[in-house]
Design a protein around this ligand. Structure first.
Ligand code: FES
Length: 369
């Protein structure tokens, strides 16, 4: 039986002692999970190791930890896979980040994660008459929210959110993905109110800095950052919500900037985000940004000439892309959970297709969702 070393971070706030690391050698097949390893260490060597778990099948979301520095579900990570990225040969297991530790690998989900979920009114608020029987929803609307519904509330995205590290009040990736679950649901009657609330909140949808960490961290492919971007698009493009955080104008300034220059012309971005170089709203922002502007001038990143003129022009291809987008009546949302289309012609012969589908003929296959 192969042996693995688990290096577990131990910490009990009530003891008053600093955190420390404990090494445990466990023997289990490599395809067994890190959670199995932790439970073996607890059974054999130290019954006081704190770990939260329940389903052991990547469903309940309770065993979120950091393994070799990355958040993941302990029950969903094979020992052999974890050993490959283990520094010094020991699999490092520690509690998730951005949440206070209660004991060893157990974090206080109530203090952060669940509080933020509550913040986004995580239930449906239907509009109009309640139907006599069930609400009938077009299947494509539900496909649209399937991705956010896949969340098992493990907190992995919260653990690695860089915005939350800087601003603990940020509503956060998990809660905002949850918000999209209702904004995308046609049965909900409060889309505008939900979006207005989250756009106006200084810690809301415009507080995300696109670091992509939540997308990488999520073990269920929810891609919380993509849901946040969809909330922004619906808020600004469908509801024209001009928020006090300037998120709406900043996004529009970005688009206009690229449309005009092809590449980002940063000297224009800040003033245009505030209504233009001579807009009264731009002046205080420019004054506040003076130290950064001076540093950029000193290092040659920008010159007065570059700042006042337009060094590049959008190439024809960029203009064509913008023209095509402007001419479209509908905005196409790409739900990454959908991997194909039912009417898409699969590649290869029928026999090859059946082979790839585990012996099923093409017409027997389930929808591509
Ligand atoms: Fe349920 Fe790991 S124990 S997700």
């Amino acid at each position: 039986m192969p042996e693995y070393t688990l290096r577990i971070r131990r910490y009990s706030p009530e003891s008053g002692e600093a955190a420390y690391w404990d090494d445990f050698t466990i023997d289990l097949d490599g395809h067994r999970s890190v959670l199995d390893g932790i439970l073996q260490a607890r059974d054999r060597f130290d019954g006081s190791i704190g770990i939260r778990c329940s389903c052991r099948a990547a469903i309940c979301g309770s065993c979120g930890v950091r393994i070799n520095g990355k958040p993941n579900l302990a029950c969903h990570t094979h020992l052999e896979e974890a050993a490959e990225t283990a520094p010094d040969g020991a699999i490092v297991v520690e509690p998730m980040g951005n949440m206070p530790v209660l004991k060893d690998l157990i974090v206080d989900m109530d203090a952060v994660h669940w509080k933020k979920i509550q913040r986004v009114t995580p239930w449906l608020i239907p509009d109009g008459e309640v139907p006599e029987r069930e609400y009938v929803v077009p299947p494509e609307s539900m496909i649209d929210v399937t991705q956010s519904m896949a969340c098992i509330q493990c907190g992995a995205c919260v653990s690695d959110c860089l915005s939350m590290e800087v601003d603990p009040l940020f509503v956060g990736p998990a809660a905002l993905a949850k918000a999209y679950r209702f904004v995308g649901d046609p049965r909900d009657g409060q889309h505008f109110e939900r979006l207005k609330d989250l756009a106006e909140d200084p810690h809301g949808i415009y507080d995300c800095t696109h670091c992509f960490n939540c997308i990488e961290a999520c073990p269920k492919g929810v891609a919380p950052m993509s849901q946040i971007m969809r909330l922004r698009r619906i808020s600004s493009a469908d509801h024209d919500i001009e928020d006090r955080n300037n998120g709406y104008r900043h996004e529009h300034a970005f688009v206009r900037n690229i449309e005009r220059n092809g590449l980002l012309h940063e000297a224009d971005l800040l003033p245009h985000s505030y209504g233009g170089k001579f807009h009264p709203r731009a002046a205080p922002e420019l004054v506040e940004s003076l130290p950064v502007i001076l540093r950029a001038l000193q290092r040659g990143k920008v010159t007065p000439k570059k700042a006042l003129t337009h060094p590049h022009k959008a190439p024809t291809d960029v203009k064509r892309i913008f023209r095509q987008i402007h001419e479209q009546d509908d905005r196409y949302e790409l739900n990454l959970y959908v991997v194909g289309y039912e009417d898409e012609e699969p590649a290869g012969t029928e026999a090859e297709q059946a082979d790839a589908a585990g012996g099923q003929l093409p017409e027997e296959r389930s929808p591509n969702v």
